[in-house]
Design a protein around this ligand. Structure first.
Ligand code: SAM
Length: 216
C-alpha cells in the first residue's frame, strides 16, 4: 500500500526549500518535486533517506539521481506544456514523474531489462503513464523522433550525434558528459543550423552504456 502522510509531505517541503537554496529557481520544477512522493521509490530499509538530497541505489548497480540533479536537469530543459520529451535512462522512474508533473509528454528508454520491467509495472500504480521503451538510448529513439527536449540521466563519454539529430529546430538536449567518474552538464540548444552549448560543472552519474556510450 502506497502511503503519503503528513510527515513525508513535511520532509518533501523541506527538500524543496533545500533545492531552492541551492539555486533552483523555476517554481514549476520546485512544485513538481513537492508533489512526487520520492519515498515510493525506496525499499523499506532506506525509507528514512528518501528526502535527503542524495542519490541512492535502486538495484542492478544503478541509482535514483540526487534530487538537486533531477531539478537542475529539468530546469535546463526549459519545458513548455505539451513538449514531447525523451528521457534516456528510466531507472526508478522518478525523473519521468517529475517531467510528467510539468505537463509534458514523456518517452522514456531504459537499457537494463530488470529495471525497465519493474518501472513499467510500478509507475502506473502511482498514476504516471509515460511511454516506456527498452533498448539502447545512446542511439535515441528514432522511431518516435523528433523531440522538443531530450534528457540523458547517465554519464556519456561524448554527445551522441543521433540525439542532436532527433531534436526539433529550437530543441534542447541536456546531457552529462565526461569521464566515468565525473561529468559536466551540457545544455545544447539547436538553433538555425548551429548548436549553442552551455556547460555546468560538478556532476557524477552512472555510465551511459551502449553503442554511443561506454562499452561496459
Ligand atoms: N532517471 C533515473 C531515475 O529517475 O531514477 C535515474 C537513472 S540512473 C542514474 C541511469 C540509468 O540509465 C540506469 O537505470 C541505467 O541502466 C540507464 N542506462 C545506462 N545506459 C543506458 C542506455 N544506453 N540507454 C538507456 N538507459 C541507459
Amino acid at each position: 500500500m502506497l502511503e503519503d502522510n503528513y510527515k513525508q509531505r513535511g520532509l518533501r517541503n523541506k527538500l524543496v526549500k533545500i533545492l531552492e537554496k541551492k539555486g533552483i529557481q523555476d517554481q514549476r520544477v520546485l512544485a513538481a518535486v513537492g508533489k512526487v512522493p520520492r519515498h515510493f521509490f525506496f525499499e523499506t530499509a532506506l525509507l528514512d533517506h528518501a528526502y535527503q538530497d542524495k542519490a541512492f541505489p535502486i538495484g542492478e548497480g544503478q541509482t535514483i539521481s540526487q534530487p538537486y540533479t533531477v531539478a537542475f536537469q529539468t530546469e535546463k530543459l526549459e519545458l513548455q506544456p505539451g513538449d514531447k520529451v525523451l528521457e534516456i535512462g528510466t531507472g526508478s522512474g522518478y525523473q519521468a514523474c517529475i517531467l510528467m508533473e510539468m505537463g509534458v509528454r514523456v518517452y522514456t528508454i531504459e537499457y537494463n531489462r530488470v529495471l525497465f520491467e519493474r518501472t513499467r509495472e510500478f509507475l502506473p500504480l502511482m498514476g504516471y503513464k509515460p511511454y516506456f521503451f527498452h533498448g539502447d538510448g545512446s542511439k535515441g529513439l528514432p522511431a518516435k523522433a523528433p523531440f522538443n527536449k531530450i534528457i540523458v540521466t547517465a554519464g556519456a563519454p561524448i554527445v551522441p550525434n543521433a540525439l542532436v539529430d532527433q531534436l526539433v529546430e529550437g530543441g534542447i538536449l541536456v546531457i552529462p558528459v565526461g569521464d566515468r567518474e565525473k561529468q559536466y552538464m551540457l545544455q545544447i540548444r539547436k538553433k538555425e543550423g548551429k548548436l549553442i552549448k552551455t556547460e555546468f560543472k560538478g556532476f557524477a552519474f552512472v555510465p551511459l552504456l551502449g553503442e554511443q556510450g561506454w562499452k561496459s
